[in-house]
Every structure is written in structure tokens, then in C-alpha cells.
Design a protein around this ligand. Structure first.
Ligand code: NAD
Ligand code: FES
Length: 284
């Protein structure tokens, strides 16, 4: 259980893991998440589900090295086991036959979680268009995986090195302007991207959902760490979400709360990298 059976660096600082967790995989649905802990003294960190191989009981996660905890994970190797992988957590994405085009929008390391959602939307008989964006071609991930599921896949890069030059929201605006009959939009990525996806679809009253990733601690609705404001009311992303109606989310508050611990996280990361350098970390 919890064994890493496959590891692959997708691009600098972004690593994909396939983990053997048959029981969790048999119950998990698109849009849910897990919380994992690498070692006894590690932090519990929430991770989106980036793929479900039900036949082989494999869970895919994609980890970007941004701090101490993620640095510790990306140094784990095939054959090692996570101490715990808890889940599936959260409410699955609401998926039905929406009777028109569904657009899944993923930005950066927010792209993997849109794959199981796109698969489920297709399984329900929807036409699915994917829009994925990265800062540049080298940071673009999951192109092949989404290309094989979506009816059409639009790629954007901020610098124009691949696909359309610009943000995912530029591609979404173009689809709307071109008269695509969009009935449902699901978006996962940086908060500023999700905020702008919401701004793009709101004037057209398009049913739009986002997957929020505030700071989480227990993942069970007890600690209050993941509080978000939805339509002026407090909700907990771990138990009420992570998906919420994009037109009701207070994105500015979320952005502020996400930066609360940045100085502490930066310090812990620097200390960890220093320990690795002098041979006191788990590996280098
Ligand atoms: P990034 O900063 O490289 O941006 C990725 C893409 O998002 C860009 O290429 C662009 O198309 C779009 N984008 C960025 N800024 C935008 C703006 N102002 N307006 C419109 N579109 C914009 O992304 P990254 O560094 O890979 O970070 C990905 C983020 O996704 C992280 O913040 C991570 O926490 C988040 N994430 C969220 C979830 C979730 O469940 N919500 C899951 C995984 C990752
Ligand atoms: Fe503690 Fe959601 S993570 S309430």
C-alpha cells in the first residue's frame, strides 16, 4: 500500500507519481483530493487527483516543488512508500450531460486534475473542449493525456512558444466570441487565473466552477484552515468543496489568505535545501 510504482519528472520542478492505493482508487471520483504524508515527521499536504487507473489500483499525483514538503516528496523514489495517503476527500465534481459544450480549463500544475473531470464529462456524453496553459512550452504538461480525451484541445503559452500566445482566458474568450454553445466550464489553476475565468464567463451567465486550494491542515472540517467565502458565507474547502460556483467565490480574500505563511514557508524550504546540501536532509 502507498508504494510509488512509477515516477517521472515532467519538467523542471514538476514530478508525476503513480501510487498503489487500490482501495482509495476504487472509491475516488473526479474532482476529489487526497492528503498525504511522506514520513512520520512530515507535514500533511493536500494533493489533487491527477489520474485514476482503476484496473491497476493506481493513483496519479503531480507535485510541483515549491517548499519543504513538496521538496521532500519529489526526492522520494520508486519502491518507497508514503506513510499515509488519506482519501478520497471532498465532494466530487458535479457531472452530468450538460446538453452543450463543456470546457475544462487548466493552468500550470492545475492541469492534471482536469483530466479525470474531462474523462467523466466525456463518459456522460458531453462534447469536451480542453484549454491548457503554461508560461512556456517547457512547462506544458498533460498535452497528450488531455488530447486523447477531449474533442478539441487548445494550448496557450504566455510567451507564445507553443499554441496561442496569451493566457487560457484569452482562448476561452475566443471560444465564446466564436459562438461555441458552452454550457459548463470547470477551471483549475492559479487563483488569479480562476478569478479571470470567472470574470470571462460571468457576463454570459455560463455555469462555471473552480477547484479551490486554500491552506489545509486536517482536511476534515475541524481546523478552519481552509475557510473560503462563497456568496458572503463561510465554507470549508475540504468538506464543502473543493469545487465552488466561480461566480460566488471571494477570490481576493483567498489570495490574501494563501500568502499568510509565505515567509515561514520560504525559511523552512531554505533550511531544508541547506540540510540536503550538507548531507543532513533525507536525500540530495
Ligand atoms: P502559472 O503561474 O505558470 O500559470 C499557469 C497558467 O495560468 C498561465 O500560463 C496562464 O494561462 C494562466 N494564468 C496565469 N495568470 C493568469 C491571469 N492573470 N489571468 C488569466 N490566466 C492566467 O501556474 P503554476 O506556477 O503552474 O501554478 C499553478 C497553480 O495551480 C498553483 O498556484 C497551484 O497552487 C494551483 N493548483 C490548484 C489546484 C486546485 O485544486 N485548485 C490544484 C493544483 C494546482
Ligand atoms: Fe481543516 Fe478544512 S482543512 S477545516
Amino acid at each position: 500500500m502507498n508504494e510509488i510504482v512509477f515516477k517521472k519528472d515532467l519538467c523542471p520542478k514538476i514530478t508525476l507519481f503513480r501510487i498503489k492505493t487500490p482501495e482509495l482508487v476504487s472509491r475516488a471520483k473526479a474532482g476529489q483530493f487526497i492528503i498525504l504524508r511522506a514520513y512520520e515527521d512530515s507535514e500533511r499536504i493536500p494533493m489533487s487527483i491527477g489520474g485514476l487507473d482503476r484496473e491497476n489500483g493506481l493513483l496519479t499525483i503531480v507535485v510541483m516543488e515549491v517548499g519543504k514538503s513538496s521538496a521532500e516528496i519529489v526526492r522520494m523514489e520508486e519502491g518507497e512508500r508514503f506513510l499515509d495517503v488519506v482519501g478520497p476527500l471532498g465532494v466530487p465534481t458535479h457531472i452530468e450531460d450538460f446538453g452543450g459544450t463543456c470546457v475544462v480549463v487548466g493552468g500550470g500544475v492545475g492541469i492534471p486534475p482536469i483530466l479525470p473531470i474531462a474523462e467523466e464529462l466525456k463518459a456522460q456524453g458531453n462534447k469536451v473542449i480542453g484549454i491548457i496553459g503554461a508560461r512556456n512550452e517547457d512547462l506544458l504538461i498533460y498535452e497528450e493525456e488531455l488530447g486523447s480525451v477531449c474533442d478539441d484541445l487548445i494550448i496557450t503559452t504566455d510567451d507564445g512558444s507553443k499554441g496561442m500566445k496569451g493566457f487560457v482566458t484569452n482562448a476561452l474568450q475566443k471560444l465564446i466570441d466564436d459562438g461555441e454553445n458552452i454550457k459548463f466550464v470547470m477551471s483549475v489553476g492559479p487563483v488569479i487565473m480562476m478569478k479571470n475565468v470567472a470574470k470571462t464567463t460571468e457576463p454570459h451567465s455560463i455555469n462555471t466552477w473552480v477547484s479551490l486550494n486554500p491552506i489545509m491542515v486536517d482536511g476534515t472540517g475541524m481546523c478552519g484552515g481552509c475557510r473560503v467565502s462563497i456568496d458572503g458565507k463561510s465554507k470549508f474547502a475540504c468538506v464543502d468543496g473543493p469545487d465552488f460556483d466561480a461566480h460566488k467565490v471571494d477570490f481576493d480574500e483567498l489570495m490574501k489568505r494563501q500568502t499568510m505563511y509565505v515567509p515561514q514557508e520560504k525559511k523552512a524550504y531554505e533550511q531544508y535545501l541547506h540540510k540536503c546540501k550538507i548531507g543532513l536532509g533525507r536525500s540530495s
